[in-house]
Design a protein around this ligand. Structure first.
Ligand SMILES: [Zn+2]
Ligand SMILES: [Zn+2]
Length: 322
């Protein structure tokens, strides 16, 4: 799991930052999942290592232009490029109407492979590897945060070890693979988990924008490995954050702290913190770090690999009944 920031500016693009979009690369599946798609996201994709042809899911947080104005163009290009891979798009209720109207007035036929799904708070997708859910945040219009949970992967079953312990092959192996404890005919108890390799705990990624500080975000981000949170304003400009229902850097840090997240990545910065302003983005970073030290600032094309968790199983102990 690797994330690449394609846009980190709020509202309008700047010379060095495009508007919102984050790509999640799932190398093992050959898929890319995109979160938001501001204007110019296609250009950013073409300048990055992320392959647009691998996009299979697009998650839209809300209907503000800086999060959706690139979507129609991306869909049209994917179609022209002969991309036959279906794309599932998830987002607010108005998204379907918006895309259909755009297509209608630009004389474009939405490809069959494009499916638009309305989401609400709760789990809306699950397969054998991932669970994806959303939660309504607090913004001027309905905006959802997204949560991607990777399921735990059981460790590899060590057949050689099982044979060497004299466990007869058969359906019993299936039970041991599932981690169950079984009793052999000779009275020994065998714990399945002792015969399985390292358990790989799934990772949790949260994408939270746009919103002012809210408990919903804390709940969504509970124990996240990575929390991507908007930080439109500096703490000193919190009045603006309250008026526009955006977060300050300190609010984002409070969400990370309250949620016991492992790492916070700030994004969606107001273009006002440019050279010449009293406040710079480094100030936003310092403010956040004072509350939640493991914070970094995103920049366009920044790529971050979410580290795997590998837990070592305890050494084998076999109990005998005498
Ligand atoms: Zn925005
Ligand atoms: Zn917004």
């Amino acid at each position: 799991m690797e994330i690449t920031f394609l846009g980190t500016s709020s509202g309008v693009p700047t010379r060095s930052r495009n508007v919102s979009s984050v790509a999640l690369r799932l190398q093992q599946r050959g898929e890319v999942w995109l979160f938001d798609c501001g204007e110019g996201t296609q250009h950013q994709l073409s300048k990055s290592d992320v392959k647009a042809s691998q996009i299979t899911k697009i998650f839209i947080t809300h209907m503000h232009g800086d999060h959706i104005y690139g979507l129609m163009g991306l869909i049209a290009s994917c179609n022209l490029a002969g991309n036959r891979q279906p794309i599932e798009i998830y987002g607010p209720q108005e998204l379907d109407n918006y895309l259909r109207s755009c297509a209608q007035y630009s004389h474009f036929k939405l490809p069959y492979g494009i499916r638009i799904n309305e989401i609400s708070s709760g789990t809306f997708y699950e397969d054998n590897e991932f669970i994806i859910s959303a939660k309504l945040l607090r913004h001027r219009i309905p905006a959802h945060g997204y949560c991607v949970i990777e399921k735990d992967r059981p460790g590899r079953f060590d057949v050689k070890k099982a044979v060497s312990l004299g466990i007869p092959p058969g359906p019993i192996y299936g039970e041991l693979k599932q981690g169950k404890t079984i009793q052999l005919d000779d009275g020994r108890f065998i714990r399945g988990q002792d015969l399985c390799g390292k358990v790989e705990k799934g990772r949790k990624l949260i994408y939270c924008t746009d919103t002012i500080f809210c408990e919903e975000a804390v709940e969504l981000a509970r124990n996240a490995d990575i929390l991507i949170h908007e930080a439109t304003f500096a703490h000193q400009d919190s009045q603006l954050a309250f008026e526009r229902l955006h977060s300050t850097s300190t609010m984002a840090a409070q969400v990370a702290l309250g949620a016991k997240a492992k790492k916070l990545i700030l994004t969606h910065f107001s273009p006002r913190y440019a050279p010449g302003n009293n406040l710079q983005l480094s100030d936003l970073l310092n403010e956040a770090k004072a509350i939640f030290p493991n914070t970094i600032l995103a920049h366009d094309f920044m790529t971050y690999s979410i580290p795997r968790h590998i837990e070592q199983n305890k050494s084998i102990k076999l109990k005998s009944i005498s």
